[in-house]
Design a protein around this ligand. Sequence first.
Ligand code: C2E
Ligand code: CA
Ligand code: CA
Ligand code: CA
Length: 280
Amino acid sequence: AKKQGGNRAVFFSQELANQNERARLIANNLVQALYNNEYYMVYQPVYDLSNQKITSYEALIRWESPLIGSISPVEFIPLLEDSDLIVPVGRWILRQVALQVKLWELEGYNGFQVAINISVKQMMHREFLNDVKSIIQEAKISPRRLIFEITETVAVQNSELATQILSDLNHLGVKTALDDFGTGYSSLSILKLLPIQQVKVDRMFIMEMEQEDNKSLVILQGIIDIAKNLGMSTVMEGVETSEQLELLKNMGAQKIQGYLISRPIVAELAIELQKNTWKY
Ligand code: C2E
Ligand code: CA
Ligand code: CA
Ligand code: CA
């Protein structure tokens, strides 16, 4: 037994070393990845139940490293944020999406919006608004084609500045959305505080919907109703089953996003869904 324990320790320290090695590799390759074109964007449709159409897409970053393999944004976005690299990479994301919107427009596809995730640090950077303006101008797209998704952490540090930037974005014509709603520590009053037009309800609520305890269901219904009464649109995240879809329909949910409709996919495939989407 003693020997086995020893082997386990060796195994764990080896695993730890591998983990450290991986973390080091990732951290060391974040910048190069940008210049080597290892990042790319995928697009996940958001389906509107009221008109049975895909009315927007959420742009999500991917990283395929020849050295490390594919790395989840859950792993590398925080590293980009910690190192301030989220500013240049965030700028690249904006430009990439704006150009895609233009490309789609030239192909005759323009009846939808595209949502972009914006990190707090990126949004608070002094050049942010100028970057947004110049990227929109360069791509020659309407700012109305874009939705910026931010999380509630934006209001934690400097809610006055956050409010100012969000309202500046609105004045530019860009729509703003509150992402992952209901997961953090914020209260409903954040909906009153921030100039946002859309609430994205976190996947957690959708996962909890079918549990015995109906508390989450009551809360979810409350969120849907409140957002509606405040004149905001709602997107239900992480809808994976038709059972969830039926429940959400009955609750008066407006827009849904999740694997049931489609996983995030490359632009060429995402646009195909405009032509032939299943009616839900
Ligand atoms: P998020 O903004 O909440 O994005 C939704 C995440 O849920 C995406 O994960 C998406 O692939 C996943 N998802 C969508 N539908 C389903 C479903 O039905 N079931 C399940 N289990 N998952 C679903 P992804 O692409 O791995 O991104 C994770 C997070 O990384 C994002 O969460 C966002 O916070 C961040 N992120 C991704 N792309 C970007 C980006 O371009 N910029 C910034 N700043 N952050 C990004
Ligand atoms: Ca998002
Ligand atoms: Ca989300
Ligand atoms: Ca999230």
